[in-house]
Design a protein around this ligand. Sequence first.
Ligand code: PMT
Length: 409
Amino acid sequence: MTTAPVAEHRLPLAGRHIALGVTGSIAAFKAADLASKLRQAGATVEVVMTPAATQFVTPLTFQSLTGRDVVVDMFSAREAEAHIEVARRADALVIAPATADCLANLATGQTPDMVTLTALATRAPVLVAPAMDNQMWEHPATQANVATLRGRGVTLVGPNPGRLATGRVGAGRLAEVPEVLGALRTVLGKLHGDLAGRRVVVSAGGTQEPLDPVRYVGNRSTGKMGFAIAEAARDRGAEVTIVAGPVALETPFGIARVDVGTVAQMLAALETATAGSDALVMSAAPADFRPNDPAEHKLKKAPGEDSMHVHLAKNPDILASLPGGGVRVGFAAETQNLAANAVAKLASKRLDFIVGNDVTAAGSGFGTDTNQVTIFHAGGRIEELPLMTKYEVAHAIWDRVAERLRARE
Ligand code: PMT
């Protein structure tokens, strides 16, 4: 199965110059994966290292992964100008891993090595991913340095709790590569994205309507579509709130998340989240019906009974209940008569456009990483999009939301 090519201008890291600073921590080996992923995302990666970092990973490793010279020694004649050039060219500087010593030097503006020197010389946004022993991280000196850096607009990602190199368990692990990439996209989106300054809300996943304390009526939505929509909006600079049904997905960096269980809870959360927002994309699959009278205790099989009847009551329609305001986008998950059903929902739910989703089509619908959708606009325009990743579908949606927001101004 082939998908449509990813539009280059929608890849937030494509064509960007990213300076990657690596300092002397055992987690330095993870920076190699980060450098590789940045390059795969279309960025030009220029690595600067402290001498201590070269004890853990060789410059040759980064040179091979990035295809560019690595700068370590700021006193070598060949590299004398290089540090300033790396700092000047950078669209962002990522320091990963950053040791406690590095944080202290950054906070006081000291430049004993190429990494801190690049940080002082650049005017690009700086993102720092610390990694160290948990007691060093928790020390008031380190926390004061972190507060200073945050106050100056530096973005901190991690450290995460978990097992450390020392064998101890605590906060000090380098943030995982997807988290660092998410943080970088957030930072770049705010600077360059067409949704910067906008506040948007996305719903994702299904709902679970209790039948008794252990069972529920639900559906197959995994939240992948909604989370991709939220990430794409974040990557274009928006402030994003995701209202999520019970799904097994990590919260992407920079996105505010409200977890809900039932349609009633989703409606209440969306009423709050959408107040004053610029757009709502309703990709959740809320249950149309709920068990009328959930049992207080676990239902039991009665001897001799071969069947059981559950009375279902109609749930409120969330979209129809929410007041207008921003751009309103719905989805129509259908197994037949896609166009007729989608157009009927477009009108009854007062939407700007609805994303028709044939959930029986190959590679589309619940749980897949791809989706093929047709967009039905209020006014009658219909656009059939090719099979794409859910992240690309998300951008196609935001392209159209951004168009509508511009048209309203
Ligand atoms: O989560 P994934 O596994 O990635 O799957 C993605 C998806 C298939 C769930 C998604 O692409 C999708 O199609 N979502 C819409 C699911 C749905 O509930 O469709 P619907 O046709 O029943 O509802 C129409 C619209 O009304 C939807 O925007 C829905 O969110 C909304 N709705 C539905 C019921 C309700 N009580 N209130 C609502 O507002």
